[in-house]
Design a protein around this ligand. Structure first.
Ligand code: FAD
Length: 399
């Protein structure tokens, strides 16, 4: 089989196969154009200790804070803890495990095309055929700009051809972060700022999160949910303002920067695109439409696939699909954000004000019960959500 793309999804799958007693006997070719050594992203997620997340080294916090204008709360997140995994650590750890299995071969090459019917992967270093091809490298649908500032103004929502089948909503979660070192001790290393909506919203959902590693060191990240990117300098200005206005920091060194774009969409992703290809990761719709989270979802979906495959003898892509009820909730929130961009802060504030944080986490993890879902929905601003729910019900039923 071929695993096309060795990022989060490709490496997760390769590691699970490599360490599986039966599947580990299969011959696997894993292809990526990159060596996967750089720290190209950091992943954050909440998890209970019994959730069997990768045993890669993480930074972990037991407490989170939430801020909105006129509202502040220290969230009681137990039994969850908040974790951060550096991309480079995850890649190194995964590759180490994969290297223990001689049946898995790594090819560094650019994938030019995948012929789904034949399972033929064309690269700049030759062609390779797989009985099954797991693809997380090539995207059928353009979900994010490839060269952000060369495509400005980039607006998916304004381009009808980018709206996708059935008028899917496509927003972007875009963010810039600075790893800062301060002279004075200003951070509380025990507590993450999970979301801080006190920053100007200006027609879009905007918040800052802070991951403190010591009293003088933290990753401060400015995040937006909107159809368009900002000018590069706007992210810097917002970060500078936040450090001064809310953290009272004037003297600091920027040690690293991170910029990222995650698609937020209710577009329908078929788990099997066609023929022998099974799409995984972002290409397979693993990113949660309304939050942009994908790390834990990727672990869970692929673990379920591999467990079942080991027992049944063939991979069942239906196990990768998301629950239609939660897809509907995502779609409604995206509709609200598309129409009233700056309502996001109010929506999250009401959830964390009116419900235990663990209920919100369970809802976002898609683990919540019907009663919990109703409790979450009861927190939403009624008029705009009812209208959006009606519109999205009509749209989704037509797909
Ligand atoms: C900066 C950033 C931060 C994020 N933070 C979080 C977070 O905190 N929590 C969370 O849950 N989610 C987060 N996400 C969202 C999501 O978890 C990641 O995008 C995740 O990496 C998606 O996994 P993937 O395997 O689909 O894609 P990737 O990890 O991007 O892997 C795709 C792989 O395909 C390879 N590739 C692409 N094209 C080709 C080609 N033509 N030929 C060969 N190889 C190719 C790439 O080199 C890459 O290795 C973040 C995303 C970004 C971009």
């Amino acid at each position: 089989m071929v695993i096309a793309g060795a990022g989060l999804a490709g490496l997760t799958l390769a590691r699970l196969i490599a360490t599986h007693p039966e599947l580990g006997k299969k011959r696997v070719l894993i292809i990526d154009r990159d060596d996967k050594n750089a720290n190209d992203r950091t992943w954050c997620f909440w998890a209970r200790d019994d959730e069997n997340m990768p045993a890669v080294s993480t930074f972990t916090w037991n407490a989170c804070k939430f801020y909105a204008p006129g509202f502040e709360r220290r969230l009681d997140i137990a039994p969850y803890r908040y974790h951060m995994v550096r991309g480079c650590d995850f890649y190194a750890w995964s590759k180490q495990q994969i290297a223990t299995n001689p049946n898995i071969i790594w090819l560094k090459a650019s994938i030019l095309n995948i012929d789904a019917e034949q399972g033929l992967v064309t690269t700049d270093s030759g062609d390779y055929t797989g009985e099954v091809v797991f693809n997380s490298a090539l995207m059928k649908r353009k979900l994010i700009p490839q060269n952000p500032w060369f495509e400005q103004p980039f607006s998916l929502s304004e381009k009808p051809e980018a709206q996708g089948r059935g008028g899917a909503i496509q927003l972007l979660q875009h963010f810039k972060g600075w790893l800062v070192e301060t002279e004075q001790p200003v951070f509380d290393p025990e507590c993450v700022t999970f979301m801080d909506f006190r920053v100007d919203q200006n027609g879009a959902t905007r918040f800052v999160y802070v991951l403190p590693f010591s009293p003088t060191r933290a990753l401060v990240e400015y995040t937006l949910f909107s159809p368009e990117l900002l000018k590069e300098t706007d992210y810097d200005d917002a970060l500078k303002n936040y450090l001064i206005q809310y953290l009272n920091i004037n003297q600091y060194q920027i040690e690293e920067t991170e910029f990222g774009i995650i698609p937020m969409t209710d577009a329908v992703f078929p788990a099997i695109l066609e023929g022998r290809v099974i799409n995984i990761g972002t290409a397979g719709g693993f990113v949660k439409g309304s939050s942009g989270y994908a790390f834990k979802r990727t672990q869970r979906k692929l673990q379920a696939l591999v467990n079942d495959w080991g027992q049944q003898g063939a991979p069942n892509p239906a196990l990768l699909a998301s629950d239609p009820h939660f897809r509907f909730f995502d779609s409604v929130l995206l509709k609200v954000l598309q129409q009233k961009g700056d309502l996001g802060g109010e929506v999250f504030k009401r959830m964390f004000r009116d419900l235990p944080a663990t209920t919100v986490f369970r809802f976002l993890d898609e683990d919540s019960t019907l009663v919990e879902n109703l409790r979450v929905m009861a927190t939403a601003p009624k008029g705009v959500f009812t209208l959006a729910a009606f519109k999205q019900m009509t749209r989704l039923s037509q797909l």
